[in-house]
Design a binder for this molecule. Structure first.
Ligand SMILES: Cc1ncc(COP(=O)(O)O)c(C=O)c1O
Length: 373
């Protein structure tokens, strides 16, 4: 048997990592400004993280959701404290798509409505409902066309209002910052109006913070500077620093019933331990502040760069729209300077490094970038 061929792969195999460094099977050293797609939040193989997971693995790796698991309670309490959502409750699952799937399901249970409003260029994952709320027909199978999702342009309040006022939507789902689309932010005013419209019409506001959350933007969640309090918030990527875990933060007025949501692996002992270690490290090492600080270094060095048409994003969630003629730059950064970066199409480079990145590493990258252009 062979792996199913669904990914386009670089011919590089990282076999070891430490903080923002990676080494491949030939011993070549790389700097990781991609974090395996925004997943590495506290650095590769952080010693505290490794120690906590190893300890837990020696004690108990897994048991089902049919018994008490105080690690889930600890995680809910800690995440509530660190994120500023102490009064919400937490449902644990295994990935970003699952978090969004459960969020939309919950909105539908709560409102007894069946439709979802999503935004153009959105990406919410590849499970059945999440992929239908993802604005990319190429990754939707005929099975995923239930006709229950409507898309309107991001930041187009008039179009969103027209739909929401029909009072037929269970929820509106919006990314804290659109990631896969190439780093596009909803404005604060837009989020505030969405919140107001949702409240007036009994529609639930779902913030997908799977990529933009966990401190990456210099706030725990990207939506927080707008002052809104969504009904449901979804998280995943940075939550476990590579250990698969997703979470749904649920406002206090949303009712729960036994059996309405469930999963075999969600909230298992190892996943909770990984997520608790991540929160400890984020707090102890002041990583949210570091994300803002190092984000400013990238911005100062690249926002007026001659290869950059537009600098988008906040903190360490960065989109660099390239000027014409620079579409080969990402490959050159990788093969000539040994930097892993992300992309959104041929003209956008995405930087999603670990929140532990130092200002010096950011400056070295800018120097390498300037040597190539
Ligand atoms: C905003 C957003 N939501 C959901 C997902 C899906 O997450 P996962 O791949 O863990 O299912 C992603 C993944 O890129 C994402 O960026």
């Amino acid at each position: 048997m062979e792996p199913f061929k669904t990914y386009k792969l670089w011919d590089i195999e990282p076999v070891r990592g430490l903080d923002t460094k990676l080494w491949d099977s030939l011993g070549v050293e790389y700097t990781d400004l991609y974090g395996g797609h925004a997943v590495i939040s506290v650095g590769h193989c952080h010693p505290y993280y490794v120690e906590k997971i190893s300890e837990q693995l020696h004690r108990l790796g897994f048991y089902s959701n049919a018994v008490q698991n105080s690690l889930q309670k600890d995680l809910a309490r800690r995440l509530g404290e660190v994120s500023g959502y102490a009064d919400y409750s937490l449902f644990l699952c295994n990935s970003g798509a699952e978090a969004n799937e459960n969020a939309m399901k919950l909105a539908s249970f709560q409102t007894s409505r069946e439709k979802i409003l999503a935004f153009r260029k959105a990406f919410h994952g590849r499970t059945s409902g999440a992929v239908e709320a993802t604005d990319n027909p190429k990754i939707q199978a005929p099975f995923n066309h239930s006709g229950k999702v409507t898309f309107v342009p991001l930041n187009d309040l008039g179009s969103a209002e027209k739909e929401i006022r029909t009072k037929t939507y269970a929820g509106v789902i919006v990314e804290g910052i659109q990631g896969v689309a190439g780093i596009h932010s909803p404005t604060d005013a837009f989020l505030k109006e969405l919140e107001k419209l949702c409240r007036e019409t009994g529609t639930l506001l779902i913030l997908d913070e799977v990529q933009s959350g966990y401190g990456r933007t210099g706030h725990f969640f990207a939506h927080q500077p707008s002052g809104i309090r969504p009904d449901i918030i979804t998280t995943a990527k940075g939550m476990g620093n590579g250990f698969p875990i997703g979470g749904v933060l649920i406002a206090p007025d949303i009712r729960s019933e036994y059996g309405m949501l469930g999963t075999t692996f969600g909230g298992n002992h190892l996943a909770c331990t990984a997520a608790l270690a991540v929160l400890d490290i984020i707090e102890n090492e002041h990583l949210i502040e570091n994300a803002a600080r190092v984000g400013d270094v990238f911005k100062a060095g690249l926002s007026s760069n001659k290869a950059v048409l537009e600098y988008r994003g906040r903190g360490l969630m960065i989109g660099l729209e390239l000027q014409e003629g620079y579409s080969g730059l990402r490959d050159r950064l990788l093969f000539e300077k040994h930097y892993f970066t992300g992309a959104a199409g041929p003209s956008v480079i995405r930087l999603l490094p670990s929140l532990t990145i130092s200002p010096e590493t950011a400056k070295e990258f800018i120097k390498s970038w300037n040597e190539l252009i």
